[in-house]
Ligand binder design. Structure first.
Ligand code: PMP
Length: 403
C-alpha cells in the first residue's frame, strides 16, 4: 500500500492520527499482525502466535470458504438489502431454523450494538416501558443507548436513571433478583454466558428466572448471543438453548460473518409489527449480498465440520488442564466456562496483566475480563483441537514457572 505507515513509525503515527486514549491497543508491546491462518496469527517480525482470544474468526483465520464466498459475491453484485436477493432471505430462513419456533422473524444489522439497539427500540414500542434491567458489569455495545446499558463501562458514580441492575450469577446456586424499583422496564437483557461479567456459568434456572422476572415486570427478555453464540457453547449454536429457555428477542453478531460485518435480531412477528406500524427499519450495510454470503459460509462450515461439538470436547479438555495448573499455583483460582470458552480467576489485576504479557512473550494471545480485570479469558477460534489447548497449557505452565 503506497499510503501505509512504516512499521517503525506506526505506534506514534497511529496515536497521533487516531486518538490513542479512546481506542487503546492490546499488550504492552503492541502487535502488528500481518497474516492469519487457522488458529495462528503472524506478526510483521515473523513471530507466530497461537490465537486464544479471537471469536470473530470462528472458523479460524482466513478460512477459504468465507474468502471465496465473499470474493465471488463482491465480483458479481453487492448492494443494500432493498432488493430481492435469495442469499439474504435464505440466510434469514436458515438462522430461524436454528431458533425456537416462536421466533419467526430475523432482522439484519451490521453489528452487535445495532442489533441490541433495535431490540431496545422494539421492546419500548411493544411494552410501553422506558427502562431496562441489565446485569452488574454487563457489556452490550458502543452507541449512547447501549453504553447506558453497559454497566461495565459506566464511569465511577454514573448510573443512568432508566437502568436497573441484577447481580450476575457468581455462584452456581445464584438466583436472579430483578428489582425494577420504580422503573417501567421494557427490556431485561443478558449475555447468556455473562462473559464481560467474568465468564460466569449461569444455571438453567437462573436464565429461566430472568425470563420469568422480565415477564412479571411487563418487560421482554433479550438473550444477547453476540459473544456467546454461534457454536461456542456447543453442542448446537446458541448458549441460551442449553438452559431450555425461549427468549422474546435474540441478538447475534461477532462470528456471524467470520469478520465480514453482519449482525441480526431474531424475534416474534407480533413484536416487530408494532414498530412497523409507524416506522421502517433499514440500515445500509445490513445484510448486503456479500455479508449474506459470509453468513452462509460460516453456517456451512460449522455444520459440515461439526465445530460446535468439537468446542465441547476441546473446551472440557482445556478446563481440565487449567484446573490442574490452578491446583498447583498460588495465583490461579476458579476455572469457569462452557464449550470453548474459559475464564480463570487470577490473584489480582496486576498479576493477571503480568500473566497475559508473559503469554504474549511465549507466543500466545489471550485476554482479560471481569469487573476486576483479573479473569484470564480464553476464547479461541472454534477450530482449536486438543493439541492447540495443550500448546496453550504448556505455555501457561512456563509463564507460571517463570514468575
Ligand atoms: N453484546 C455483547 C455481549 C458483546 O460482547 C459485544 C461486543 N463485545 C456487543 C454486544 C457489541 O457488539 P459490536 O462490537 O459488534 O457492536
Amino acid at each position: 500500500l503506497a499510503s501505509a505507515v512504516p512499521a517503525r513509525e506506526l505506534p506514534s503515527r497511529r496515536a497521533a492520527a487516531m486518538g490513542g486514549g479512546l481506542s487503546p491497543l492490546f499488550y504492552r508491546r503492541p502487535l502488528e499482525l500481518v497474516r492469519g491462518e487457522g488458529a495462528w496469527l503472524y506478526a510483521r517480525d515473523g513471530a507466530r502466535y497461537l490465537d486464544a482470544y479471537n471469536n470473530v474468526a470462528v472458523l479460524g483465520h482466513a478460512h477459504p470458504a468465507v474468502t471465496r464466498a465473499v470474493g465471488r459475491q463482491l465480483a458479481e453484485l453487492n448492494t443494500h438489502s432493498r432488493y430481492l436477493h435469495g442469499g439474504i432471505a435464505g440466510l434469514a430462513e436458515r438462522i430461524l431454523a436454528t431458533m425456537p419456533p416462536e421466533l419467526d422473524t430475523c432482522l439484519f444489522t451490521t453489528s452487535g450494538t445495532e442489533a441490541n439497539e433495535l431490540a431496545w427500540r422494539l421492546a419500548t414500542a411493544y411494552t410501553g416501558g422506558d427502562a431496562a434491567v441489565i446485569a452488574e458489569h454487563a457489556y452490550h455495545g458502543s452507541s449512547k443507548w447501549m453504553a447506558d446499558l453497559s454497566s461495565n463501562e459506566w464511569p465511577p458514580g454514573y448510573r443512568p436513571a432508566h437502568v436497573g441492575t441484577f447481580a450476575a450469577p457468581r455462584e452456581p446456586a445464584a438466583e436472579p433478583r430483578i428489582d425494577a424499583g420504580g422503573l417501567r422496564p421494557a427490556l431485561v437483557l443478558a449475555d447468556s454466558q455473562f462473559t464481560s461479567e467474568g465468564i460466569l456459568d449461569a444455571s438453567p434456572g437462573f436464565l429461566a428466572g430472568l425470563v420469568e422476572g422480565a415477564h412479571a415486570a411487563g418487560a421482554l427478555y433479550l438473550a444477547d448471543e453476540v459473544q456467546s453464540g454461534y457454536g461456542r457453547s456447543g453442542p448446537r449454536l446458541w448458549r441460551f438453548a442449553l438452559a431450555g429457555i425461549t427468549p422474546d428477542l435474540v441478538t447475534l453478531g461477532k462470528p456471524m460473518g467470520a469478520g465480514y460485518p453482519i449482525g441480526a435480531l431474531v424475534t416474534r412477528r407480533e413484536i416487530a409489527d408494532v414498530l412497523a406500524r409507524e416506522y421502517e427499519y433499514f440500515s445500509t450495510f445490513a445484510a448486503t449480498p456479500a455479508a449474506a454470503a459470509a453468513g452462509h459460509a460460516v453456517l456451512d462450515i460449522l455444520e459440515l465440520t461439526e465445530l460446535p461439538a468439537q468446542a465441547v470436547r476441546v473446551g472440557e479438555h482445556l478446563r481440565r488442564g487449567l484446573r490442574a495448573l490452578a491446583a498447583e499455583s498460588p495465583i490461579l483460582g476458579a476455572v469457569r466456562g462452557t464449550g470453548l470458552l474459559a475464564g480463570v480467576d487470577v490473584a489480582s489485576r496486576e498479576v493477571a496483566r503480568a500473566l497475559l504479557e508473559g503469554l504474549v512473550e511465549r507466543g500466545v494471545l489471550a485476554g482479560l475480563t471481569g469487573p476486576g480485570g483479573n479473569v484470564l479469558k480464553v476464547r479461541p477460534p472454534l477450530v482449536w483441537e486438543t493439541a492447540h489447548a495443550d500448546e496453550f497449557l504448556a505455555r501457561l505452565a512456563e509463564t507460571l514457572t517463570a514468575r
